[in-house]
Ligand binder design. Structure first.
Ligand SMILES: NC(=O)c1ccc[n+]([C@@H]2O[C@H](COP(=O)([O-])OP(=O)(O)OC[C@H]3O[C@@H](n4cnc5c(N)ncnc54)[C@H](OP(=O)(O)O)[C@@H]3O)[C@@H](O)[C@H]2O)c1
Length: 189
């Protein structure tokens, strides 16, 4: 797998019924999970770029239409004027692309230059689905809740993915939710 010799990893928080989003928001607020996401996707190194993320247009908007600090964001949209709409044309930390292949090609090229080993796919549903064939590793936060009326879901993991690491069960005081960090690695046959 991988893309142009760069590891492709996905990261998501999913409910027991695989829901990741509702009304273009996360269905929960778990601050330890947001910190986990930040730590996973940001690596201190000798380059100004500390991480590379690929996301769909709705995920970008769900985060307030702001590129993630210290990382370079590739935002996928079919809208040709989306970069102008969002005032992203003069930025060097956010690029609008119009298909997944362009996102992966440009992200891999940037990763080589910045000495980063990993490109992070951060959602949503369609992007997770379409990127699965290139994906080497999946970092899931399993949130122990069932979400009713969710409208974005994480795909079923293909059989080649096996658990490579799992945290103990954790508990978020504020939301009352239990959760666990689990890493899945693609086993090459
Ligand atoms: N729990 C988590 O870890 C997590 C992670 C990420 C997101 N989320 C949640 O998921 C929801 C958003 O995800 P979503 O699945 O609804 O949407 P999304 O995948 O973030 O965005 C979909 C949009 O991205 C563009 N797009 C995606 N793939 C494309 C392709 N191959 N070519 C061209 N354009 C493409 C299209 O934009 P245009 O319509 O502009 O053409 C499409 O409408 C929110 O609720 C968010 O909070 C949760």
């Amino acid at each position: 797998m991988s893309y142009a010799h760069t590891e492709v990893a996905q990261i998501a928080a999913i409910s027991s019924n695989r829901c990741i989003g509702k009304d273009n928001e996360l269905p929960w607020h778990i601050s330890a999970d947001l910190q986990h996401f930040k730590a996973m996707t940001t690596k201190k190194n000798d380059s100004a770029i500390q991480g590379i993320v690929i996301m769909g247009r709705k995920t970008f908007e769900s985060m307030g239409s702001k590129p993630l600090p210290k990382r370079v964001s590739f935002i996928i949209s079919t809208q040709l004027d989306y970069a102008e709409q969002k005032n992203l044309t003069d930025r060097d930390d956010a690029y609008v692309v119009h298909n997944l292949d362009d996102a992966l090609t440009q992200a891999a090229s940037l990763a080589h230059g910045a000495h980063l080993n990993t490109i992070w796919v951060i959602g949503g549903e369609k992007v997770f689905n379409d990127a699965m064939m290139y994906t080497d590793r999946i970092e899931l936060t399993h949130v122990d809740t069932n979400i009713k009326d969710g409208d974005a879901f994480f795909p079923e993991l293909p059989n080649e993915f096996v658990v490579s690491e799992e945290s103990e069960q954790k508990h978020d005081e504020k939301s009352g939710l239990d959760f666990q960090f689990v890493s899945y690695q693609r086993q090459e046959s």
